[in-house]
Design a protein around this ligand. Structure first.
Ligand code: NAP
Length: 501
């Protein structure tokens, strides 16, 4: 079998070192490969940054064709490397394509450039718009081999912004990553873009990722994974002579508060919760890991029984990788020793009360997989104490019916302090890829709570504003020129308009 090579700026390259997985022998990228990928990225950056939004939209459209043309091979690699079924791979493939399409639409509309013009008699002519920041390293997620990996949201938002991308393949799915990287390479060539805008590197161990983050030509990092990995890379990036932004999306237990009238009256709620906890075997960053229920002892007991009945109907689903299953079993085992746990690997729930939880705050740590901890509360002050004790979260749900609105209103400021997305109905799993989405939250849910990793606003992680003062019209980027040749909506002297100025 031939060796699977690293892609460095359009050329597939071997190195002396290799590593082996059941799907093949992979060439290990060295520090020299990192250096070459970054030099090529830097050299291609200006030309890529200057492409029009339509040229980058066309590149992304071509990428959709290249991925679709290789779909069968990509799905086969995905199912061989993960333990997930073909239906999940197929669904995630569709989501990946859908995400790329959202960025095509964003580019064709162009308003993400956010042109702002202040031009009045007697004052300086100031024109500001967003520009790409430079080469970006992407560390894909174990739990989403497609939608949050090589051609996932981080890479696509960076390409859309006009930033070159260097992907470090995930150790759980290097062959899937290689197949997707081949499609990206094809699209780069078809589009006539500089080859340096994309490199794909693979190796065993942390060294490759660290060399990438420490490379002086790198300007930003997109990461999805564990708190340990994300924080290590973030710290490293801040200690560089030139610190760079690291947008790491890490752990979250996505607390769901259920208020008394909802607890008593929402008939389907227990089923809805258990379905969400076990969706994809719980391997979603929005999995509800803490259920905080306020109500009388009787109502809580009835609800607990309903949850237990639902758990017991669940069948075993695969975890994405054996090592994730092992980590899940070990953390579940710890909870089993310390509190009442019902169920096991297919679906499990722990049960405790507020006073016990507040003495054991380590129970709030993420148990990545199909598990959630139910905490019974008698007073709203206990709910407040629990929420106050928690770290930053991706999501927080306040589930109440009309009669609970007073309590919801009282908890809302705490929810705003703790989470990036606040839900008032439903469950947090299922993240729409739209402009209004926020998928990020106060640390440690993510390292920069001002930005989203999902939805088209993810592009703003890779942009920075530049203001042009008294710049001759012909030297301005088209988005800022007087005649508004791109027909963008621009803020001109405080008014949103498509008029020339
Ligand atoms: P991970 O161990 O953080 O790895 C993510 C990526 O970072 C991999 O490419 C890994 O590659 C690299 N990496 C990790 N630590 C590094 C370090 N110190 N220096 C340089 N590179 C480093 O996460 P994972 O493998 O995707 O999943 C493991 C656990 O993360 C899961 O069991 C789960 O608990 C959690 N997780 C959480 C979410 C979430 O959204 N909440 C999502 C996915 C996973 P190398 O190992 O090759 O260096």
């Amino acid at each position: 079998m031939s060796i699977i090579k690293n892609l460095i700026a359009g050329s597939w390259e071997e190195s002396a070192e290799t590593f082996i997985t059941p799907l093949g022998t992979f060439s290990s990228a060295t520090k020299v490969a990192v250096d070459r990928a970054l030099i090529a990225a830097k050299e291609s950056f200006q030309a890529f940054a200057e492409t029009t939004t339509q040229e980058r939209a066309n590149f992304l459209k071509d990428l959709i064709h290249c991925l679709a043309a290789n779909k069968d091979e990509i799905i086969a690699a995905y199912t061989a490397e993960s333990q997930l079924p073909a239906a999940r791979a197929d669904g995630e493939f569709g989501r990946t394509i859908g995400q790329i399409l959202r960025f095509v639409e964003l580019l064709e509309e162009g308003n993400y450039l956010q042109p702002i013009i202040e031009s009045k008699e007697g004052t300086a002519d100031l024109r500001k718009m967003n520009h790409p920041i430079g080469p970006i390293a992407v560390f894909g997620a174990s739990n989403f081999p497609l939608a949050f990996s090589t051609a996932g949201g981080d890479s696509i938002s960076a390409f859309a912004a006009g930033c070159p991308v260097i992907v470090k393949s995930h150790p759980y799915h290097p062959y899937t990553s290689f197949k997707v990287a081949s499609a990206i390479h094809q699209a780069v060539m078809n589009s006539g873009l500089p080859a340096g805008i994309f490199s794909h590197l693979q190796a065993e161990g942390h060294e490759l990722g660290q060399d990438l983050v420490l490379h002086p030509l790198l300007k930003g990092v997109g990461f999805t994974g564990s708190f340990k990995g994300g924080k290590a890379l973030y710290d490293m990036a801040q200690q560089r002579p030139e610190p760079i932004p690291v947008f790491a999306e890490m752990g979250s237990v996505n607390p769901m508060v259920i208020l008394p009238h909802a607890l008593a009256n929402k008939e389907d709620l227990a089923k809805q919760l258990v379905d969400s906890i076990t969706l994809g075997s719980g391997q979603f960053c929005t999995n509800p890991g803490l259920i905080i229920a306020l109500g009388s002892a009787h109502e809580r007991a009835v609800f607990e029984e309903a949850l237990i009945r639902c758990i017991q109907t669940k069948e075993k689903q695969p975890m994405v990788h054996q090592s994730i299953l092992t980590q899940f079993e070990s953390k579940l085992n710890q909870h089993q020793k310390e509190l009442k746990v019902v169920g096991g690997v297919p679906a499990a729930m722990g049960f405790t009360i507020a006073t016990a939880f507040l003495k054991n705050l380590h129970w709030a740590e993420e148990v990545f997989g199909p598990y959630s901890l139910f905490i019974g509360c008698e007073q709203l002050t206990e709910v407040e104490a629990i929420l106050n004790s928690l770290d930053g979260q991706l999501t927080l749900s306040l589930i109440g019916d009309d009669k609970d609105h007073k309590d919801v209103a009282r908890l809302l400021p705490l929810a705003q302090e703790k989470a990036g997305r606040i839900l008032f109905e439903g469950v947090p799993t299922g993240v729409a890829v739209t402009q209004a989405m926020m998928h990020g939250g106060p640390f440690p849910a993510s390292t920069d709570n001002r930005f989203s990793a999902v939805g088209t606003d993810a592009i703003f992680r890779w942009l920075r504003p530049i203001a042009y003062q008294d710049c001759p019209d012909a030297l301005l980027p088209p988005a800022l020129q007087k005649k508004n040749p791109l027909h963008l909506s621009r803020v001109v002297n405080g008014v949103l308009t498509k008029e020339s100025q």
